[in-house]
Design a binder for this molecule. Structure first.
Ligand SMILES: [Zn+2]
Length: 273
């Protein structure tokens, strides 16, 4: 048997050494399989879908589904928990520092498909081997049509972050759910708000530095329901008429005013200056 030399050991260490930013395909597939449907706005965080804790809105929605009437089904669909997708991104044309981007589920599906399913896009999040993604907003073609989004990776190839320090400014993705519960939307921007119809945006999706190999996508389930309606579900039956009235119980206002991301200023070295 050949003697094992130090250089052999060094070689095998090099071969075994894992790039911490490499993709975890199992985690990606799990996150991808969890994506269907989805909502247009932030709302109240759902305890059932997020933490498996009792949720009175979900209970109400299920009881309405079960009555079997069309009218109740409409309300049930409206108050049922919807998915919200959040990503850490760097879009220098919008904000010098990384921030959290809220995207439609359709956009999240395309990204997850390209990265984890077909794998044709490569590891777009990687600090060195990542790619810029173009997202375009396509206006509805007819009045019954919806706004849609087209998502494509930059054909020019990979995009190395100009400075690894950018990653130090990635907001804490583990705190998104807490932020939404406290209704703190600073540092979160919605793609719907920053992108005009027929416009295209260059987005550098970033990895989550706290979980480098995991999909940086975070999904939070929320209900579009206001405090008054929420409180009324505590002990009394909500009248169907009350829930059907579009003007009152549902928060239909879009989040159109999101404050700028207030980063941690005053560092000895501000790379965004
Ligand atoms: Zn719920």
């Amino acid at each position: 048997m050949d003697k094992i030399t130090i250089s052999d050991i060094k070689q095998s260490i090099v071969l075994c050494e894992k790039d911490p930013w490499d993709l975890d395909f199992n985690a990606g597939k799990q996150a991808f399989s969890g994506l269907t449907g989805g909502g247009a706005k932030f709302g109240k965080v759902c305890p059932l879908k997020n933490y498996k804790k009792p949720c009175k809105v979900c209970e109400k929605a299920v009881s309405l589904f079960n009555t079997g009437t069309k009218q109740d089904e409409v309300i049930a669909r409206k108050i049922y928990a919807k998915k919200q997708c959040f990503w850490p991104v760097w879009i220098p044309s919008i904000e010098k520092k990384p921030f959290i981007l809220h995207t439609p589920v359709s956009v999240a599906e395309e990204i997850m498909d390209g990265v984890y399913n077909t794998r044709l896009w490569g590891n777009i999040f990687h600090p060195v081997k990542g790619r810029i993604i173009y997202v375009s907003k396509i206006p509805p073609k007819t009045k019954d049509d919806w706004v849609s989004y087209r998502t494509t990776p930059d054909p020019e190839g990979t995009h190395k972050l100009p400075n690894m320090k950018i990653l130090e400014y990635v907001p804490d993705m583990d705190k998104i759910i807490d932020k939404l519960e406290k209704e703190e939307t600073d540092g979160i921007r919605s793609l719907r708000d920053i992108l005009e119809p027929n416009e295209s945006l260059k987005i550098r999706f970033l990895p989550d530095p706290k979980h480098p190999s995991h999909p940086p996508l975070r999904i939070v389930w929320t209900h579009y329901i206001d405090d008054v309606t929420l409180a009324s579900l505590e002990d009394t039956e909500v009248s169907t008429d009350e829930l059907m009235d579009d003007s009152a119980p549902f928060d239909t206002t879009d989040i159109d005013e999101i404050p700028d991301f207030e980063g941690d200023e005053g560092d000895d070295e501000d790379i965004f200056a």
